[in-house]
Design a protein around this ligand. Structure first.
Ligand SMILES: [Zn+2]
Length: 350
């Protein structure tokens, strides 16, 4: 499948830093409106909908993907017209220097400041985020203030491109890949039950949207579609990096445990069984690494929700240049679709 055949390019290039998901939400709204009922935006900004099922099952099944992405927020403007900013979500300050960004709703292009090597070759220390500014080429403070108001969001400026037939590069695949997968599920055949759809907000700053979505929809079962860290890139002497978690091209990632949740054992077994049935590659996410997903708050919502996270492996998470394999993306859709078709209440027994 080629990049242009997916919605992924549009979704990942759209802006939606946590708490300011309007643009991405509108794009998803338009993409799904003809395929769902009960389409609504809740108080938090989550986009919720129902995909009507065949009526064979009364299970309440929610599939969630977060719309927001990590980015920055404008904090003010210096006397010389440089923009002060804070991170929204986890961004390593080591990637900031000379980064291209888009500021505010007009997407004013800018660059994060950096002292060139000619002036800094003796410096060894890693700078903190608050020592950087965004330079939009403004002549003075007033000119910059016309383009950047406190509270405005700033996104990575990064086009989504295909590097090879399968490997694509772009920003915000975390979690626009999950959003694109969910849209494909919505557009496909009906499931035995009504599918409760939740495109959530504010995951990157603590899954605040998902908490409210789960409270509102009251599902029995939840599948969280995510992007998770792959880092199989060789370090020196062709040694694999010891932080390898998952691998590109090795299929959907079935989470056993992460920092915020342990997968429901019945769902975990069902997903493995279906992956084997379908003969698609799959891999497991083990507990030793940081990071959680919306599953952390969903599984403990209400009186408890049988929950699992299914992810697509991505390199360079929380940077402007994530990489993913479209085969993994397609296999997630296939695996989740088939599993939902087979899901029965007996899978949820403890
Ligand atoms: Zn994510």
């Amino acid at each position: 499948m080629a990049l242009q055949d997916t919605l992924l390019k549009q979704l990942s290039e759209s802006a939606g830093v946590s708490g300011a998901e309007n643009e991405i939400r509108q794009l998803i709204y338009d993409a799904i409106k003809d395929h769902v009922t009960d389409l609504r935006v809740d108080t938090m900004g989550n986009l919720l909908a129902v995909k009507k099922g065949t009526g064979k099952s009364s299970l309440k099944v929610m599939v969630a993907a977060h719309m927001d992405e990590v980015g920055f927020m404008v904090m003010g403007v210096d006397s010389d017209g440089l923009i002060k900013f804070s991170s929204v979500g986890g961004i390593d300050p080591r990637i900031l220097p000379a980064l291209r960004v888009h500021v505010g709703k007009d997407k004013t292009p800018g660059v994060i400041t950096w002292k060139p090597i000619h002036l800094s070759w003796k410096e060894k220390d890693v700078k903190k985020t608050d020592s950087f500014r965004i330079d939009i080429g403004a002549e003075n403070k007033a000119a910059a203030e016309g383009k950047a108001q406190p509270g405005d969001r700033v996104t990575f400026a990064s086009e989504t491109i295909a590097l090879t037939e399968n490997i694509v590069r772009g920003k915000a695949f975390d979690d626009r890949a999950g959003c694109a997968e969910l849209i494909e599920l919505i557009k496909g055949d009906p499931f035995p039950f009504d599918l409760l759809v939740a495109f959530t907000v504010q995951e990157e700053i603590g899954s605040r949207g998902a908490q409210i979505a789960a409270q509102g929809l009251k599902p029995d079962v939840a599948i969280v579609l995510e992007a998770t860290a792959a880092h199989e890139v060789p370090q020196s002497d062709d040694e694999p990096d010891i932080t390898t978690v998952t691998k590109l091209g090795h299929g959907p990632v079935i989470t056993y445990m992460d920092k915020g949740s342990i997968a429901h054992p019945g769902l975990r077994k069902l997903f493995v069984r279906v992956a084997e049935q379908l003969g698609i590659p799959h891999q497991f996410r083990s507990p030793q690494y940081a990071g959680g997903t919306d599953a952390a708050v969903i599984h403990v919502a209400n009186a408890g929700v049988a929950t699992i996270t299914i992810s697509v492996p991505c390199r360079y998470l929380h940077s402007p240049y994530l990489m993913l394999d479209l085969n993994d993306f397609q296999n997630v859709v296939k695996l989740v679709r088939t599993t939902l078709m087979q899901l029965s209440p007996s899978d949820l027994e403890r």
